[in-house]
Design a protein around this ligand. Structure first.
Ligand SMILES: C[S@@+](CC[C@H](N)C(=O)[O-])C[C@H]1O[C@@H](n2cnc3c(N)ncnc32)[C@H](O)[C@@H]1O
Length: 209
């Protein structure tokens, strides 16, 4: 174990609890605070490798099958799709596609997997490959974020949307664009996100139309 890992409680916890990455705790922190998985059965994860967010999504989606057996919106099965340009080790009951999700072909895959049905939740922890130049990295991340925001068209009304952004010049504009689409928008830095990192998550709840 490297020195950095041996000092990192989330890394150790992930090992112990069977999560593929420490990032699992970022999504768990987000869930604890915002209950994003409430009534979520159809879920899309953009930028999934190595797969810890998919593991977390599966945990909540399968719990939801029992938890929300009532007269309100529910389903008797879940569908989770993950996509990454990197290969992932398969996860039972989850569909994983190795592809660049910015390509038009990915939309065909989405339609065929969800059969045109709307999604309850979209999460994205995707980030660009950093070059080291803070300004161009931020600009490229926001370009990617705008492409990701387009996926909101697959969300049902009142669906939830989580996205990783970098703090910086384009943040306020992107935040305002999120506000046009969701009735509740908040930025959130999970406790498990490293302090020195400029990543932050935007939480969009209750898609407006
Ligand atoms: C921080 S990692 C995700 C970690 C994941 N949430 C987990 O917990 O295991 C970000 C991922 O986004 C992927 N990614 C970035 N842009 C992408 C794109 N256009 N298409 C597919 N995957 C992309 C990267 O390959 C990388 O694996």
């Amino acid at each position: 174990m490297s020195d950095e890992h041996s000092r990192d409680p989330h890394y150790k916890m992930a090992k112990r609890e069977g999560y593929r990455a420490r990032s699992a705790y970022k999504l768990l922190d987000i869930q604890k605070r915002f209950n994003i998985f409430k009534r979520s059965f159809y879920i899309l994860d953009l930028g999934s490798a190595p797969g810890s967010w998919l593991q977390v999504a599966k945990k909540f989606a399968s719990e939801n099958l029992e938890k929300y057996k009532d007269k309100y919106y529910h389903r008797d099965h879940f569908k989770i799709l993950g996509v990454d340009t990197k290969r992932l080790v398969p996860i039972e009951d989850i569909k994983i596609i190795k592809m660049d999700f910015t390509l038009p072909e990915f939309h065909k895959e989405l339609d065929s997997f969800f059969k045109g049905e709307k999604l309850d939740l979209i999460v994205s922890d995707a980030s660009i490959k950093k070059s080291g130049n803070k300004f161009s990295d931020q600009a490229m991340q926001f370009n990617l974020c705008y492409i990701i925001l387009e996926f909101r068209k697959y969300l049902r009304k009142k669906g939830n949307f989580i996205i990783k952004v970098f703090q910086g010049a384009d943040f306020d504009k992107f935040y305002a664009d999120m506000k046009k689409n969701f009735s509740f928008v908040k930025s959130f830095k999970p406790k498990s996100s490293k302090k020195q990192s400029n990543e932050i998550y935007l939480i969009g709840l209750n898609k407006l139309i």
